[in-house]
Design a protein around this ligand. Structure first.
Ligand SMILES: *[C@@H]1O[C@H](CO)[C@@H](O)[C@H](O)[C@H]1NC(C)=O
Ligand SMILES: *[C@@H]1O[C@H](CO)[C@@H](O)[C@H](O)[C@H]1NC(C)=O
Length: 218
């Protein structure tokens, strides 16, 4: 009898402990998602100049790491600026953890491989600059399908090929597109002319065919 009471008591304590700690556990990991995401990103690339040596996985936040900017109130990563850091290798899945990222700039590196199909789906992302790297392959056809709040994308001076995806025309927030100096071919998606916020479109140095609609400054 006594044993039974004791185990009931123990069980009750366990439940109480779980209830007490679960909310705390479910609130704090979101902060470390950014640390985790950036460490995974770093693990996937080569950094021969050791520009990312300040990126330490034991830190509570990545906000003092070089190239990283946070919202000072939430301590969530809003910008990643690693232009000209001599990075090579592939852009892995780590960046997809950065749910509050507004600007991603990895221009003038030696990054290779293809573009992650889910990058433009990061909801807060406004600016993507991956220009002057060695990215190759196609842009997935639905890359721009759920483009969140994307304003500006530059993939200029890479080795991207294939058609410019039709979903580009459905990304209504876009103001600037720079796909120059790649090997894109085929015709432009018709929807591009319906992007009412588009201010700048650079498609020079590709293998595109067909006529450009009049009235557009290229
Ligand atoms: C660029 O990356 C490739 C492999 O991805 C490597 O062979 C080459 O040496 C790198 N070039 C520079 C300038 O870092
Ligand atoms: C597109 O990107 C290339 C390479 O970074 C740059 O030289 C060019 O000025 C850009 N075009 C526009 C319209 O900004």
């Amino acid at each position: 009898m006594k044993m039974k009471n004791l185990s009931t008591l123990l069980l009750l304590w366990l439940v109480l402990l779980l209830v007490a700690f679960f909310p705390v556990r479910s609130l704090s990991p979101s902060l470390n998602d950014d640390v985790l995401g950036l460490i995974v990103f770093k693990a996937d690339i080569q950094d021969p100049s050791q520009k990312l040596s300040s990126w330490n996985e034991d830190d509570d936040t990545p906000c003092n790491w070089i190239g990283v900017r946070c919202n000072p109130r939430s301590n969530r990563v809003t910008e990643l600026n690693l232009d000209g850091f001599s990075l090579s290798g592939r852009i892995g899945r780590g960046l997809l953890q950065l749910k509050f990222l507004r600007k991603l700039s990895l221009a003038r590196n030696n990054l290779s491989g293809s573009i992650s199909p889910n990058l433009a789906k990061l909801e807060s992302l406004r600016i993507i600059d991956l220009s002057e790297n060695s990215l190759s392959g196609f842009i997935p056809d639905d890359f721009f399908k759920q483009c969140g709040s994307l304003r500006s994308i530059s993939l200029a001076s890479n080795r991207l090929s294939g058609k410019i995806p039709g979903s580009l025309g459905s990304c209504a927030t876009l103001a600037a597109i720079n796909l120059s100096w790649n090997q894109f071919s085929g015709t432009l998606p018709g929807g591009i002319w319906g992007l009412s916020g588009l201010r700048s479109l650079d498609l020079s140095g590709n293998l595109l065919e067909g006529r450009f609609q009049k009235g557009l400054k290229l």
